[in-house]
Design a protein around this ligand. Structure first.
Ligand code: ATP
Ligand code: MG
Length: 379
């Protein structure tokens, strides 16, 4: 939208023009009168002007055209024109500024989805664009803040819900003992055992939560070391040998022969891969194979994949698996006992290393792919 003046402003501008012209006319006449008298009383002056007149004149009969009155008339007219132009432009700019200020007040009054709508030519447009950009970034910051607030609330709701379930059953079983509602020592042992298992469940949840909030802190400290990635992955895989045997799943580790070093927090990264491999065991329904692959994708980057065959992750679940507390429908009903924080933590840790993680899943393979920079950059 082009910038437009209101009708009132137009007439104001017009009035200003008229007044200026009248004032200038008066001034011109006064100058004329004064000059006329000056010349009449001082003929030498006219001679002087006559010199200029001669030098400017051309053709034969031009004396009349270049009488001093004409000369000054033209000079004055040019001066007048420039003056009127300057005054009106100045006034016009003031009006533009007034419009901008009015828009600013409107936005400041809480109309945050409003932007200054008009286009202005010249320098002023820069002001308008800057104001709009400023409002944009302020709104974005406010929305981010709100989103964080909202997700914190959600986190608290989820946690209290997840803690309440085992806690209720702990209280229930301990209550049976407290009220002597048991028949034998065997009963007591059974109740305490259940309460013990439920407490462990709660401990896992609280630990996970603690870890999650820790990695969520942007300035969470990383214990950076020079890490031999091949070695780390082989060690982690070795820890799963027994589980693989029990479940009759083949765990294949495919890493380059020559050692690959990166700057990273080994303990945190190990947590990521432990969770990914545990997930593959837990959720890879019908899986026969788990593949752990390391590749150097560029001089600056490595790519680590944890993949399993078996039933794919449903399409609608794929985009949610990294959300905290998210567990796909099928895993929720199972007694696998996860909290749904593992992948959220993994993502947090990878991001702290300035890498990224994503998942793909099809009939053949479900793959979690992690890209990590070899050198850690402070950001
Ligand atoms: P936690 O890791 O906190 O103990 P969890 O394993 O349930 O709990 P995540 O690791 O975040 O939580 O995984 C989230 C969900 O993603 C899982 O509940 C599961 O539904 C799905 N998922 C993760 N990995 C796989 C996989 N390899 N195959 C199928 N589904 C998976
Ligand atoms: Mg998990």
């Amino acid at each position: 939208m082009k910038f437009k003046l209101t009708a009132r402003e137009k007439s104001e501008l017009f009035g200003e023009g008229i007044v200026t012209i009248i004032l200038l006319l008066l001034l011109n006449i006064a100058t004329f009168v004064v000059l006329d008298q000056l010349i009449a009383s001082n003929p030498e002056l006219e001679n002087g002007i006559f010199q200029i007149k001669m030098s400017l004149s051309f053709g034969p009969n031009n004396i009349r055209i270049w009488s001093w009155g004409w000369l000054f008339g033209v000079i004055l007219l040019i001066g007048d024109g420039a003056f009127i132009y300057w005054r009106l432009i100045r006034r016009y700019r003031q009006m533009q500024l007034r419009h901008i200020i009015a828009e600013l007040h409107y936005i400041a009054d809480g109309h945050f989805d409003h932007r200054i709508p008009f286009q202005i030519s010249g320098q002023m447009q820069k002001v308008v664009s800057s104001v709009n950009a400023l409002v944009d970034s302020t709104i974005k910051a406010m929305e981010d803040e709100r989103e964080i607030e909202r997700s914190k609330d959600e986190l608290i709701t989820n946690v209290s819900h997840d803690i309440r379930t085992p806690l209720t059953s702990i209280i229930g079983y301990l209550g049976l003992i407290e009220n002597k509602q048991y028949h034998s020592e065997e009963d007591i042992l059974k109740y305490t055992h259940t309460a013990y298992l439920k407490s462990r469940e709660m401990k896992v949840l609280v630990d996970d939560l603690f870890e999650y909030t820790k990695v969520q802190q942007v300035d969470a400290p990383l214990q950076l070391t020079r890490l031999n990635v091949c070695q780390m992955l082989e060690q982690i895989a070795a820890g799963f040998e027994l589980e693989a045997q029990n479940r009759q799943i083949q765990l294949t580790v495919d890493v380059p022969k020559e050692p690959l070093y990166m700057e990273a927090d080994g303990e945190k990264l190990a947590r990521v891969f432990n969770n990914l491999i545990t997930n593959a065991f837990k959720y890879g329904t019908g899986a026969k194979n788990i593949y752990l692959t390391l590749r150097q994708s560029s001089p600056e980057e490595i790519k680590i994949t944890v993949a399993n065959d078996g039933k794919p992750i449903p399409k609608e679940a794929l985009e949610h698996v990294f959300e905290r507390f998210y567990r796909a429908e099928s895993s929720r009903s199972r007694a696998t006992g996860g909290t749904g924080l593992g992948l959220a933590i993994a993502q947090g840790i990878v991001q702290l290393h300035h890498g990224f993680i994503y998942v793909t899943s099809n009939e053949k393979l479900t793959s979690f792919i992690i890209n990590l920079p070899v050198k850690h950059q402070e950001k």
